[in-house]
Ligand binder design. Structure first.
Ligand SMILES: CC(C)(COP(=O)(O)OP(=O)(O)OC[C@H]1O[C@@H](n2cnc3c(N)ncnc32)[C@H](O)[C@@H]1OP(=O)(O)O)[C@@H](O)C(=O)NCCC(=O)NCCS
Length: 179
């Protein structure tokens, strides 16, 4: 697909948009699972997970789409009042390396600042070098699992409940301070 990044702006994924575009979200999810496999995520997401209600989800989540197709998504929420978490991130394989993640993530960061959040967190598989490179490029810092647990405890916040806590070593964790 020919992508003109300048013509593509992120759109906030509201609950209504998520419902309307659920087939496109699931199609992109399946494509990412088929191409990146467990490096992307150990388990596929269902419609229920894309549509679930979570705090600030419909302000923080972003998509990029054309009239024909969904090209990118960042699904995020705020598990505690100071912390936003990226739950699911993906860019259509034939549209990668055109800055679409940079744009979606930038919109999530802007929304997080508007909501007064102090940090964003994200966990990714240890093997996901592409996502690690993309986050690093955008100024995200790295924690190992133990480091993140210690950091969270020291700062009195919790990150999203996910596999990090039970499968230390299979995942890497990153965070972005917002202030
Ligand atoms: C990781 C992913 C979201 C990045 O999306 P993207 O739109 O291609 O990223 P961008 O074009 O915005 O890249 C931003 C920067 O990240 C870095 N980067 C992105 N992909 C990279 C790669 N494959 N190798 C090295 N660096 C990479 C680069 O520094 C890039 O800037 P540059 O192109 O100007 O050099 C995309 O590769 C993807 O969907 N992967 C499969 C799904 C997945 O792993 N999701 C994350 C699960 S937590």
């Amino acid at each position: 697909m020919t992508v003109d990044p300048l013509a593509l702006a992120p759109t906030t994924l509201t609950a209504a948009c998520a419902k309307a575009w659920i087939d496109d979200l699931l199609t992109l999810e399946q494509t990412l699972r088929a191409t990146a496999g467990e490096t992307y995520a150990p388990e596929g997401w269902t419609a229920g997970q894309f549509l679930s209600e979570r705090p600030a989800k419909w302000q923080l989540s972003q998509v990029i789409r054309t009239d024909q197709a969904l090209l990118a998504f960042v699904i995020a929420s705020a598990p505690d009042p100071a912390t936003g978490h990226l739950h699911r991130v993906g860019v259509r394989p034939d549209c990668q390396r055109h800055g679409l993640f940079r744009r979606c993530c930038g919109a999530t960061v802007a929304a997080a600042r508007e909501l007064g959040l102090q940090r964003l967190t994200c966990t990714l598989t240890a093997a996901n070098t592409r996502m690690a490179a993309a986050l690093e490029q955008l100024g995200w810092q790295r924690f190992d699992a133990a480091g993140l647990t210690d950091f969270a405890a020291a700062h009195g916040f919790s990150v999203a409940q996910d596999e990090l806590w039970t499968a230390a070593g299979r995942f890497q964790a990153r965070w972005l301070p917002l202030r």
